[in-house]
Design a protein around this ligand. Structure first.
Ligand code: FAD
Length: 473
């Protein structure tokens, strides 16, 4: 990395945007103003930026900005506007379908801006490239935690706030983008500004769960709540989908657990239906198991009940990540599909997909997520949900046992067919999925909110520079 201020003069060959200019004025226009860090043009950096966790889509940018400051982000976005180039911020590149990539444009590696700043009693200020694990590392020692954390902590704050950010406690607190106090952003026009519920509200509402279409988040002030020290964890097994759903309805209504997540997992004996329920506590005395499990219809003899430190629960996917890294499957294509289905249709929709889904299409370590959320916990206007009071995350977490690209392409096609069926049943996409979406699909996806997003795009990113990977505009 280059220290200090660097002026990068970019030849037309390196960052061609159609046409080579020759006049001195044009050459000045091409010249990138001084940066606190640097714009990398080498092939290795550009090809790394052309990949993500999905390993399905590959678009190579012309350059990769390693920002030394939010000002660098603004400088490059403003410069890209002048040159008619597109810009894609990248956080931790855990997209599964090229959503943080751009062909022939500029990638901004936001992971370079990852300082966790002040932790206060009810909030923390973080750079958007910080991971949730870095946020938690700073807040937990103070006995505090964001109300919602994604199941996997190695995602960037910016990368999840622009999609929503679903976690175990979503039924109580909504998504991560519902728990934000204020955002510092660089708009698509290259302007640095701040937005919140009280200031630039239209921008704030278009950034949260807005798929990066109007601004790049550089810094976020996140809400904090008191953290427990331990959790009592109940892994409950059900004989079938109907009984698992019935208990989810009961638990969503009475709220006796802080978090309940459902999964259908492939086993050699067939599908296994499981709820993972969490009761946090502080001090020595765990909660009363009998009271928590009263009235549930799980196969009690199969239940696994344990107590664990709260951080171990938050970090529960670390072990699986380690295993998948060691067997190589972490590096395979990941054609995931994530949706929301309403309560009225969930049993039929999930049941019919299960009846036709070969377990091998999920992989040995894959699973179907079927987790209930109360709709009234969600407030980010652009996050789309079915109309039902109770909605379910219905996700196909596919962990293929083969790196074969043809097989991945087949699963992407299967995702599209499943999405169409989910949509016909009143469901909606959670956009962090691997499937092609046309502009018409996105218009339909955003429904009543489409005009709000389009207006915000016109106001804040008039040249349509930002985040082309979602192919919304
Ligand atoms: C193993 C794994 C577990 C996951 N678990 C969950 C989960 O529990 N809950 C959940 O909701 N999702 C989950 N996801 C999905 C994940 O939240 C999204 O894919 C998220 O967008 C990835 O964040 P990232 O930092 O890797 O972003 P990237 O893949 O780098 O970027 C994602 C999108 O955000 C944009 N972006 C990135 N940074 C910024 C920024 N600072 N400002 C504006 N736009 C930006 C990018 O351009 C791109 O469009 C998981 C994904 C994986 C691979």
């Amino acid at each position: 990395m280059m220290a200090g201020s660097a002026t990068v003069a970019l030849g037309a060959s390196a960052l061609a945007s159609g046409g080579t200019s020759t006049s001195a004025a044009d050459r000045d226009e091409q010249r990138l103003p001084p940066l606190d860090d640097e714009l990398r043009l080498d092939e290795a950096t550009r090809s790394t930026a052309a990949d993500d966790f999905g390993h399905i889509v590959h678009k190579t940018p012309n350059g990769v900005l390693l920002p030394g400051s939010p000002q660098d982000v603004a400088t490059v976005v403003e410069w890209a506007n002048r040159r008619g180039q597109q810009v894609a911020p990248q956080g931790q590149s855990h997209s599964v379908y090229g959503r943080a990539q751009v062909a022939d444009g500029i990638v901004i590696d936001m992971s370079l801006l990852r300082t966790v700043h002040d932790v206060e009693a009810d909030r923390v200020v973080v750079d958007a490239g910080a991971t949730w694990s870095e946020v938690v590392a700073a807040t937990l020692p103070r006995g505090l935690v964001p109300p919602v954390l994604t199941d996997y902590l190695q995602l960037s704050v910016g990368g999840t706030l622009v999609v929503g950010g679903v976690g175990a406690t979503t039924t109580r607190h909504g998504v991560q983008s519902d728990n934000v106090v204020e955002l510092d952003v660089v708009t698509g026009a290259g302007e640095q500004t701040t937005c919140s519920p009280h200031h630039n509200r239209d921008l704030f509402d278009a950034v949260r769960a807005g798929l990066g279409q109007v601004a790049i988040i550089t810094r976020a002030t996140l809400e904090l709540v008191p953290a427990p020290t331990q959790v009592r964890r109940f892994l409950l097994i059900y004989p079938d989908l109907a009984s698992m759903l019935a208990d989810q309805r009961l638990l969503a209504a009475d709220g006796r657990f802080d978090a309940v997540q459902g999964a259908v997992v492939p086993t050699p004996e067939g599908w296994r239906y499981r709820l993972d329920a969490i009761a946090p506590f502080a001090g020595e005395q765990p909660p009363d198991d009998d009271a928590l499990l009263g009235g549930l219809s799980d196969v009690r003899s199969a239940a696994e009940i344990s107590t664990m430190p709260y951080f171990d629960f938050l970090n529960r996917l670390a072990q699986l990540e380690q295993l998948l890294r060691s067997n190589g499957q972490w590096f395979h294509p990941h054609p995931w599909l994530t949706t929301f289905v309403g309560d009225a249709h969930v049993e039929a929709a999930v049941g019919s997909e299960l009846a036709n889904l070969p377990p091998a299409d999920l992989g040995t370590f894959g699973q179907l997520v079927v987790s209930a959320f109360r709709r009234d916990a969600f407030t980010s206007p652009l996050l789309q949900l079915p109309d039902d009071h109770l909605c379910y995350a219905f996700n196909l977490i596919r962990i293929p046992t083969t790196p074969d690209e043809t097989e991945a392409a087949r699963l992407v096609q299967a995702n599209r067919a499943i999405y169409d069926r989910v949509r016909d049943a009143g469901g909606v996409l959670y956009p962090v999925s691997a499937l092609p979406m046309s502009r018409r699909d996105w218009r339909r996806h955003f429904g009543d909110r489409w005009n709000d997003l389009r207006r915000a795009k016109r106001n804040f990113d008039p040249r349509r520079v930002l985040t082309p990977g979602y192919e919304v505009f």
